[in-house]
Design a protein around this ligand. Structure first.
Ligand code: AP5
Ligand code: MG
Ligand code: ZN
Length: 208
């Protein structure tokens, strides 16, 4: 059985950056509600489209994301879960559908998060993350991995970033406390370089 890794962190903490590497290193699935929702932004649900929530920085209703995660985990032999759970009700749901081998929290200060998000550029084809300052592509606007075009995410404007951070504080910080209280949370300094952060996560997962 592959490792089952939960990666927690605020918007911009580096979940996507590290998940991609972890999935490759451990040969497990990268399960991410954010990417799944972006790929289905205009899907009609009884609550409206994902886009109508995401562009405001709000959470998409639990029923929609719970179903995405349950379907993805069912098929996976090991996974890195990124972007879920984001509130206590999702955390309860997750407990019912799977066990976890490692729960890792990437801790990054809020001022750093705003700079990371507003400067992020994402490959339109393969989803690789870059940053205008911290992680520049070799050629401006072009993906190093696949040559695709680098674009800014709709929700990476300063105003929406502030809203996402406040939604995180209100809804997701209690989730982090929940895993801390259970004694399973391992906190990692997310302000190190991406390589250093990766090595720290790796030593946690290897011991799990
Ligand atoms: P989602 O896509 O999950 O966004 P997020 O949680 O806001 O997180 P991000 O993807 O913005 O950040 P990240 O931690 O992945 O950072 P990254 O590695 O890119 O969710 C989007 C929306 O979907 C939500 O707002 C909500 O509407 C909806 N949604 C998703 N899941 C949901 C759920 N479960 N329930 C309800 N709604 C849901 O890094 C950021 C930048 O920093 C990059 O430019 C990167 O190059 C740079 N960087 C990374 N690491 C470092 C480092 N160590 N040093 C310097 N720079 C770094
Ligand atoms: Mg992400
Ligand atoms: Zn690419």
């Amino acid at each position: 059985m592959g490792k089952r890794i939960l990666l927690l962190g605020a918007p911009g903490a580096g979940k996507g950056t590290q998940s991609k590497r972890l999935a490759e290193t451990y040969g497990v699935e990268h399960v991410t509600t954010g990417d799944a929702l972006r790929a289905n932004k205009d899907m009609e649900t009884e609550y409206g489209t994902p886009r109508s929530f995401m562009e405001k920085g709000e959470l998409v209703p639990d029923a929609v994301v719970n179903e995405i995660v349950e379907a993805a985990l069912e098929d996976a032999d090991g996974y890195v879960l990124d972007g879920y759970p984001r509130n206590l009700s999702q955390a309860e749901y997750l407990t019912e559908i799977t066990d976890l081998d490692a729960v890792v929290y990437l801790n990054v200060a809020e001022s750093e998060l705003v700079e990371r998000l507003t400067g992020r550029r994402v490959c339109d084809d393969c989803g690789t993350n870059f940053h205008v300052k911290f992680n520049q592509p070799e050629e401006e606007g072009v993906c190093d991995d696949c040559g695709g075009e680098l674009v800014q995410r709709d929700d990476d404007t300063e105003e929406t970033v502030r809203e996402r951070l406040s939604v995180f504080e209100e809804n997701t910080e209690p989730v982090i406390e929940h895993y801390r209280d259970e004694g399973v949370l391992v906190e990692i300094d997310g302000e190190q370089t991406p390589d250093e952060v990766f090595e720290d996560i790796r030593s946690v997962v290897d011991d799990a």
